[in-house]
Design a protein around this ligand. Structure first.
Ligand SMILES: *[C@@H]1O[C@H](CO)[C@@H](O)[C@H](O)[C@H]1NC(C)=O
Ligand SMILES: *[C@@H]1O[C@H](CO)[C@@H](O)[C@H](O)[C@H]1NC(C)=O
Ligand SMILES: *[C@@H]1O[C@H](CO)[C@@H](O)[C@H](O)[C@H]1NC(C)=O
Ligand SMILES: *[C@@H]1O[C@H](CO)[C@@H](O)[C@H](O)[C@H]1NC(C)=O
Length: 330
């Protein structure tokens, strides 16, 4: 008899737990809806094709565009999630936006995103989010530069918050040590391996002298040059970026060997002390050596890490909005 009663109570508890789980699951449906590959297939079938076509055309005139677009997506995702917050201009009544943070000096590609958005608004008004445009054009940029392709899950919605302060604390700095880089990525929910794999994006793109000036002239608070930089490379860089170049607009390719090709040369460079930023050279380790000798492994890992990056803190379902103009909240 007693056994039966206990059994009954257990059953009740099990039912209660089930009911709670169901209610919670039901409540969360609009909140945790995840991204889908081909989200626009029925909503705006031409969307993905339009993005890739426009990125393709524009990159013919500006071979530096792919790196800029890839960086925009990364900066977007690393500051409060992939919600196109990086695209918002300053607006009265709102705090200074991400663009105004120190790193804004070198963010580019905003006009390109505006152009893509204008075309998409003409074809499918109010349908394709600015955050998805960033994610898709990052993939297309990599492909254009000769890198691997991946299916981009879409369905992101655009956020209404953008903060220069948050950008300042969220984006790793070029002077970061390996420990700081690991901590930063972990804070974003990404592993050290993913940090190393995504750093490989520096196989294209360029940096201003100021980003590595310390390494040339004031390594670790001395008057010396960073000994982890190949000395012949340091000598060349000092010619391009003299000691007075702290504020120069001069740009230097992150990958001096194949600056426009999306390959694993970045990791080969690290083996030779040709990493440009301190945050490049400090990640030189066993994994970077493996990636330098196995481009298939790097490409596969890179695609996976990009999908993870593109999932960070996305807004779906009823959260966020589809901006009509990527620079302004609706
Ligand atoms: C970057 O911020 C400065 C102010 O700090 C501003 O004058 C400039 O227009 C910003 N650049 C972009 C691209 O928004
Ligand atoms: C910087 O210099 C200090 C003191 O000279 C030394 O202990 C430290 O290991 C150096 N750090 C690097 C990254 O070289
Ligand atoms: C670096 O050079 C400056 C000027 O030449 C000198 O005043 C300073 O003491 C030097 N610092 C170190 C750490 O050697
Ligand atoms: C490169 O990595 C791939 C994927 O992990 C693996 O299948 C392949 O055996 C590796 N190639 C070499 C030469 O190690």
């Amino acid at each position: 008899m007693r056994v039966k009663i206990r059994f009954g109570k257990k059953m009740q508890r099990a039912w209660l737990v089930k009911a709670v789980v169901m209610v919670v699951a039901w409540l969360q449906v609009p909140l945790v809806r995840s991204l889908e590959i081909g989200f626009y297939a029925t909503r705006c079938p031409a969307a993905e094709r339009i993005v890739s076509r426009l990125v393709h055309l524009a990159s013919r005139h500006d071979p530096t565009l792919p790196a800029a677009l890839l960086r925009l997506h990364y900066h977007d995702c690393f500051v409060g999630g992939c919600d196109a917050s990086v695209l918002l201009d300053s607006a009265p009544g709102y705090p200074p936006p991400e663009k105004m943070a120190l790193s804004n000096r070198s963010l580019r590609g905003f006009n390109m995103v505006d152009m893509i958005k204008r075309v998409l608004e003409a074809v499918c008004p109010g349908t394709v989010s600015c955050a998805d445009i960033l994610a898709l054009s990052a993939r297309d940029a990599v492909v254009l530069a000769g890198g691997p392709s991946w299916k981009v899950p879409t369905g992101r919605r655009d956020g209404r918050l953008s903060s220069a302060v948050l950008a300042r604390i969220s984006i790793p700095r070029p002077q970061f040590s390996a420990v700081q880089l690991k901590k930063n990525f972990l804070w974003h929910g990404m592993s050290t391996a993913e940090m190393i794999v995504l750093s490989g994006a520096h196989t294209i793109g360029s940096a201003h002298c100021v980003s590595f000036w310390d390494r040339l002239y004031h390594h670790n608070f001395t008057n010396g040059t960073d000994p982890s930089m190949a000395s012949y490379h340091a000598e060349q860089l000092k010619k391009i970026c003299p000691i007075s170049s702290y504020k120069s607009k001069q740009r230097v390719p992150l990958d001096p060997i194949t600056p426009f090709k999306f390959d694993n040369m970045y990791y080969k460079n690290l083996n030779m002390g040709l990493g440009l930023l301190a945050s490049d050279q400090v990640i030189h380790d066993k994994l970077t050596s493996v990636l330098s000798s196995n481009s298939t492994l790097w490409e596969r890992s890179f695609c996976k890490a990009m999908v993870h990056l593109g999932n960070l803190n996305v807004k779906t379902g009823s959260r966020g909005e589809i901006r009509r103009n990527c620079r302004r909240r609706n």
